[in-house]
Design a binder for this molecule. Structure first.
Ligand code: NAD
Ligand code: UDP
Length: 363
């Protein structure tokens, strides 16, 4: 079975991707510092996975550590080789992701996101691992003034350090691809707006403090932990005056990673940028109303000023991903709202219970 090195695997997208990889039969080695995630998250992944696999404990290994620790990453590659499960590919999700924090603390963001990636790529070269799927973001497109969906060759115009980090990492990967004597296989997945959770309600997004993104914020308001949602702007040139985004179920996004790996494995050499979204635009008001309808709950909201730096319309043209990956999003907005809320309720009520499952350590 191929072995995947999954950085940031304890996080929101990482846990769902980890589960998808395990279900597909891959061995998975997770490296995560847990700076923005909880240790129990991967245990919950195994709790879900054990229902479908007898051998559930021996496929997943966890290493707690920092992506900037080059010695540790080298050790991971070596230990994996010694265990007769050499790393075939890397899924690089680890990083810091708050736009606001990246403005307030740019050095930390460049250090972790770009510095950490460089160390990882150096280790990959050293250990002859030339296949990588990188978590990029639609944020690299910056403020769009167009109502068409965005193609991968659309203008790249990041407007904050976080977006600049993502563009830089994409560029570094392109330089490696162009300059290396080896055949590299590289996919930059530009995620649009992942929301929702696994339908079990056992894993999902756990933002620290008050969330910035709309969906976890809605969940907090729905739970009564925050009084009211502010909808930023009601006078945008859209069908109901609120901003439009392309929300994608996190399990569909997780599947896209597996499909990207399958796609790269069939290639001798490849460098590809792919928009990962549904291609469907949803306004903030439509999202709020769907959430209320599907979950039969109350959600206080009010209209507020436009948020600085917002695009009013950011929707993926996902044609390239549909054509190349043999992948198609399966879940709709109602699924996203239902599953996200299920996680929120479950999380609140049960998740403090510790799991009896122990994670296998690689080191
Ligand atoms: P997340 O914060 O839940 O997951 C990231 C994980 O990386 C966390 O578990 C965190 O502890 C870990 N991490 C952070 N710094 C680290 C370090 N120095 N060393 C080791 N581990 C470290 O975020 P997510 O939403 O799961 O995002 C995963 C990736 O996808 C990130 O690279 C993010 O930038 C990107 N992305 C996310 C979104 C989104 O809306 N969630 C959209 C586009 C791109
Ligand atoms: N938004 C909002 N209230 C909030 C958070 C977000 O109205 O408390 C809006 C925001 O203006 C944007 C959409 O929801 O139009 C998605 O915002 P988010 O920050 O989740 O994603 P991004 O803007 O990075 O795509």
């Amino acid at each position: 079975m191929p072995t995947i090195f999954l950085t940031g695997g304890s996080g929101y997208i990482g846990t769902h991707t980890c589960l998808t990889l395990l279900n597909a039969g891959f061995n998975v080695i997770v490296l995560d510092s847990n700076i923005n995630s909880k240790k129990r998250a991967l245990k919950k992944v195994l709790e879900i996975y054990k229902l479908s696999s007898f051998n559930f404990k021996n496929q997943l290994f966890f290493v707690e550590g920092d992506i900037r620790n080059e010695n540790l990453i080298n050790e991971i590659f070596e230990k994996a080789k010694n265990k007769k499960m050499p790393i075939n590919a890397v899924l690089h999700l680890a990083g810091l992701k708050s736009v606001r924090e990246s403005i307030n603390n740019p050095l930390e963001y460049w250090d972790v996101n770009v510095g950490g990636s460089i160390k990882l790529f150096r280790c990959m070269i050293k250990h002859n691992c030339h296949t990588i799927v990188f978590s990029s973001s639609a944020t690299i497109y910056g403020i769009q003034e167009i109502e068409d969906s965005i193609k991968e060759d659309g203008s790249i115009n990041p407007i904050n350090p976080y977006g600049e980090n993502k563009v830089t990492i994409e560029k570094i990967l392109k330089n490696i691809f162009d300059g290396s004597k080896e055949n590299w296989r590289i996919a930059n997945l530009r995620y649009f707006n992942p929301i929702g959770a696994h339908s079990s309600g056992l894993i999902g997004e756990e933002p620290r403090g008050i969330p910035n993104n709309i969906f976890p914020y809605i969940c907090e308001v729905g739970s009564g932990r925050i009084d009211k949602l502010q909808i930023f702007g009601r006078d945008w040139p859209t069908r109901d005056g609120t901003c439009i985004r392309d929300y994608i179920h996190v399990m569909d996004l997780a599947e896209a990673h597996k499909s990207a790996l399958d796609y790269l494995n069939k290639k001798d050499s490849e460098f590809i940028n792919l928009n990962i979204g549904t291609g469907i635009g949803t306004s903030v008001l439509e999202l709020v109303k769907t959430f209320i309808k599907v979950n039969e709950c109350n959600l206080n909201y009010e209209f507020a000023e436009r948020r600085e730096g917002d695009s009013y319309h950011l929707v993926a043209n996902n044609e390239l991903a549909l054509q190349t990956l043999n992948w198609k999003p399966q879940k709709n907005l109602e699924d996203m709202c239902r599953d996200g809320w299920q996680w929120q309720k479950f999380n609140k009520e049960f998740l403090e219970n510790t799991s009896s499952i122990n994670l296998q350590k690689l080191i």
